[in-house]
Design a protein around this ligand. Structure first.
Ligand code: FAD
Ligand code: NAG
Ligand code: NAG
Ligand code: NAG
Ligand code: NAG
Length: 629
């Protein structure tokens, strides 16, 4: 399924299809010479939201530099049934962590989208929202305006929720409160129209384990539910930042997007005694260019690369920068620190061969038929996505004695650690662990035996203590790293206070296993294959299994976090997302999140970008008013 595909190496031409107005992209040299007000680094999830909102004002000239290509016309990007196929292709940066000592020195793959739309182009279409306390924690650190209630308008602004038919709502057990969703935003969200062969059993199975059906968008997201997806309901294609925030607006003559453009650094100059961002250096077609930004530079390069670019620009920890041979402009010790990723394990079960799943996609002839059906009628297996979700509080799998023991292991005393510690509470109804079942083999854990079908149980820890870092590497032979050199990603999984994550994962694994053994889901399970069923009289060593098989769930945050009351000692940007110590420079993407939330991230990243764009526009209006006076 992880087919490597060559992306048509088209020039960076962007033609607006269907809108009448055809705008040709600027060449790289014309882009560099263009009098932009704002330059956005990274045309990903957040970057294209900001570009759209700023360029809605025809007087504001916006330039976007994106390292990847467009995948707008590529079925592996937009077809729901091909979920996961773009992982590992040229649409993926294919990062890797350094060796993780607690994970038997394994290096873990770290997917990040490298395409117009960024990770929203390759993600798994899950649309959801965290708990109220998750966002309130950001505000409690001293980041005014980021509490859940203040965020609600920004959760809704990106979204256009499409209600299911009453028949679908009943048949597929869809629980929703329309008022909790947006109705006029660019990103379409809807429920699937067809489901895999396990869906009918999912809710009752979790109910039998004591987990109730609940709607989850109102600030409390635990329970069992059918997943909402970021899909265009009219043609069942991916609804993401490139297709919704960019393509329909690409006719705007004040908005210019240059793809295949690799940003090297932000130009930071001393202007009137202040370090000030004045532009960006980028490479396109082997040539280096500098482009100026009269108002601001916005970094939206994501959790891995926004800190990388800050360091390459001279903003960061002096030790890191001097090792890399980069002249220090601003001593900002938290750049690249505070990395919190989401931790995942999966188990594999053999399922009954009669269960409908995505296996026909592996057969070229059947795939061609399914593609014809999908393209003609927008129906069939290629519309199917993983949608069987449960977010389960700790008390379902940890007793109070054990929770108290785990709390005692936590040594950190900073506000962020205390916040996560407060969520390690046996009585709290927070979705601390996510469980998903999908009747497919979504990870190549074994070579499938012919004629057999497999199902995957996923388990993802929501509030990790494991805290790592992302930094540029040291200079080699006197040569400094560039943005081509992958940064050193060290999530420090299960190290330090992260030991609590490991024990929590091991205990939760028993609950995950009990899901497959509970009726009615158990009726389609033949046997567990990874890890193999234990020999009679023995038990699976779950702690060992967790060490052996933990992988990333691709939700890293925190490397340019909002610093709150601690300011530059605790973070990289203020609550207006302005980089401490540098004028006219902001970060707007997942990296600004100071504490992990219990949710898939894209809905929150869109909200961050909408809020960021609002704050940038407010400052723009203030400056204009000041100039007029
Ligand atoms: C495989 C996968 C599955 C996921 N599944 C889900 C899901 O189902 N639901 C969900 O809610 N979330 C999911 N996520 C997470 C979610 O998609 C991300 O958290 C979110 O999209 C991040 O947005 P961002 O704007 O911070 O970064 P990105 O969207 O990654 O954008 C960063 C952009 O910057 C560009 N860039 C980086 N460096 C440079 C440079 N030097 N020069 C020029 N451009 C540069 C990149 O190419 C990219 O386009 C998934 C993520 C992955 C990787
Ligand atoms: C699907 O519809 C959306 C609008 O809802 C449109 O932007 C997109 O181009 C269409 N995709 C395809 C492949 O037809
Ligand atoms: C599309 O749907 C119609 C009506 O159900 C059906 O007759 C036709 O065979 C379908 N086309 C394809 C290509 O599946
Ligand atoms: C609590 O859970 C731990 C870890 O599974 C177990 O060792 C212990 O026996 C349990 N204690 C009680 C009182 O159930
Ligand atoms: C756990 O949560 C309950 C309910 O909110 C609260 O009363 C209690 O003080 C918390 N315990 C700890 C140790 O934080």
């Amino acid at each position: 399924m992880f087919i490597s595909r060559l992306v048509a190496p088209i020039v960076t031409l962007f033609l607006c299809l269907g809108e009448g107005n055809v705008v040709e992209a600027l060449t790289a040299s014309a882009f560099a010479a263009y009098p932009f007000d704002y330059i956005i680094v990274g045309g990903g999830t957040a970057g294209l939201v900001v570009a759209n909102r700023l360029s809605a004002n025809p007087n504001i000239k916006v330039g976007v530099l994106e390292a990847g290509a467009s995948g707008l016309d590529d079925p592996i990007i937009y077809t729901p049934g091909k979920v996961g196929w773009a992982v590992g292709t040229s649409y993926d940066w294919n990062f890797e962590t350094i060796e993780q000592p607690v994970l038997n020195d394994r290096k873990l793959g770290w997917s990040r989208g490298k395409a117009l739309g960024g990770s929203s182009a390759i993600n798994f279409y899950v649309w959801m929202r965290g708990n109220k306390p998750d966002y309130d924690a950001w505000a409690n650190l001293g980041n005014a305006g980021w509490d859940f209630d203040s965020m609600i308008p920004y959760f809704k602004k990106p979204e256009h929720f499409h209600e299911p038919s009453p028949t679908d709502a009943t048949n597929f057990k869809l629980d929703y409160v329309t008022a909790d969703h947006g109705s006029t935003g660019p990103i379409n969200t809807c429920y699937s129209i067809q489901y895999g062969g396990s869906h009918q059993y999912w809710h009752d199975t979790l109910n039998n384990l004591g987990v109730p059906r609940r709607d989850t968008f109102g600030g409390s997201n635990w329970g069992v539910w059918t997943g909402l997806t970021s899909v265009n309901p009219n043609n069942r294609t991916r609804s993401y930042s490139a297709s919704q925030y960019y393509l329909p607006f690409s006719y705007r003559t004040n908005l210019h997007v240059l793809t295949n453009a690799m940003v090297r650094k932000v130009v930071i100059q001393n202007v009137g005694g202040h370090q000030t961002a004045t532009g960006v250096v980028f490479t396109h077609g082997g040539v280096d260019y500098t482009v100026n930004a009269a108002s601001e530079v916005i970094l939206s390069a994501g959790t891995v690369q926004s800190p990388q670019i800050l360091e390459l620009s001279g903003v960061g920890n002096p030790t890191v920068l001097s090792a890399a041979g980069i002249p220090l402009k601003v001593n900002s010790p938290k750049v690249g620190e505070n990395l919190q990723d989401r931790i995942m394990t999966v188990m594999l079960y053999e399922i009954d061969p009669s269960v409908e799943n995505q296996d026909p996609l592996q057969d070229p002839i059947e795939l061609a038929e399914l593609e014809l059906e999908y393209n003609t009628n927008h129906t069939g297996l290629l519309t199917v996505l993983p949608t069987d979700f449960a977010y389960v509080p700790l008390h379902y799998f940890l007793n109070s004695t054990y929770v108290n023991y785990l709390r005692g292991l936590v040594t950190g005393t900073d506000d962020r650690t205390n916040n996560i510690k407060s969520k390690l509470n046996h009585t709290l109804d927070l979705g601390s662990m996510e469980f998903v079942f999908d009747p497919n083999q979504l990870f190549p854990l074994i070579t499938p035996e012919p004629g057999k079908k497999y199902g995957t149980v996923f388990q993802m820890l929501q509030y990790p203590f494991s805290t790592g870092s992302i930094h540029i590497p040291a200079a080699v032979g006197g040569v400094s790293p560039t943005s081509d050199d992958h940064p050193i990603i060290d999530p420090k999984y299960y190290e330090g206070d992260g030991i609590v994550d490991m024990y929590t994962m091991a205990e939760a694994q028993k609950f995950a296993d009990s899901i497959a053994r509970e009726s009615p889901l158990s009726s389609i399970i033949v046997q567990r294959v990874v890890p193999p069923e234990p020999a009679p009289g023995t038990e699976t060593d779950w702690l060992q299994y967790v060490k052996d098989t933990t992988i990333s769930d691709w939700h890293p945050i925190g490397t340019c976090a909002m610093g709150g009351t601690g300011g530059i000692a605790d973070g990289v940007v203020d609550e207006k997302l302005k980089v401490y110590g540098v004028k006219r420079l902001r970060v707007v993407d997942a990296s600004i999140i100071p504490v992990q939330i219990s949710s898939h991230l894209q809905g929150t990243v869109y909200a961050i970008a909408e809020k960021g764009a609002d704050m940038i526009l407010q400052d723009y209006q203030c400056k204009r008013r000041r100039r007029r006076r």
